[in-house]
Design a protein around this ligand. Structure first.
Ligand SMILES: [Zn+2]
Length: 157
């Protein structure tokens, strides 16, 4: 299990924090906050001691909280397994959504559920080196909440 992350919801975005206050608010070491300052945590200019805007701190924590797990071409994220997987049998479907984008769909080799990954047509070329991809035209009757009316559909052409 990864180390518990500081809870950014404790940060009040409309107040300013000294290094000490930021550390206490988040329950972390002052040294950690100083390291963040070196790594780009913004401060209010020309103030000694350093003052950190709550909003800047919250946004910094948010950017750190993004999952580090990268998803290389030819891989999908399985929501059920919570991990990046290569589709079973190195096979996937590419479901065309527009001329330039679509959804890559493959089976998770671990749990057998469908994994989807939004993939642009340009990215597809890199994917095809890794996987045997079948291009699938989207069926017009497929339920799609993003296209509420038939009018929109006609305008697509
Ligand atoms: Zn899975």
């Amino acid at each position: 299990m990864p180390r518990k992350r500081p809870d950014r919801r404790r940060v009040k975005i409309h107040r300013n924090y000294t290094v000490d206050e930021a550390a206490r608010t988040l329950g972390i070491a002052k040294g950690t906050v100083r390291r963040w300052l070196k790594n780009g945590l913004p401060t209010i200019d020309h103030r000694k001691p350093v003052l950190i805007r709550g909003l800047g701190l919250a946004e910094f924590l948010k950017s750190k909280a993004r999952p580090k797990q990268s998803c290389p071409p030819g891989h999908c994220y399985c929501v059920k397994c919570r991990s990046v997987q290569r589709p079973d049998g190195a096979m996937a479907d590419y479901i065309i959504i527009t001329a330039t984008s679509g959804n890559l769909r493959g089976l998770c080799p671990t749990c057998g559920s469908w994994m989807h990954r939004r993939t642009s047509y340009a990215q597809l070329q890199a994917v095809r080196i890794q996987l045997d991809v079948t291009i699938v035209e989207r069926l017009p009757r497929l339920r799609d909440s993003r296209k509420p009316s038939t009018k929109d559909h006609l305008q697509e052409a």
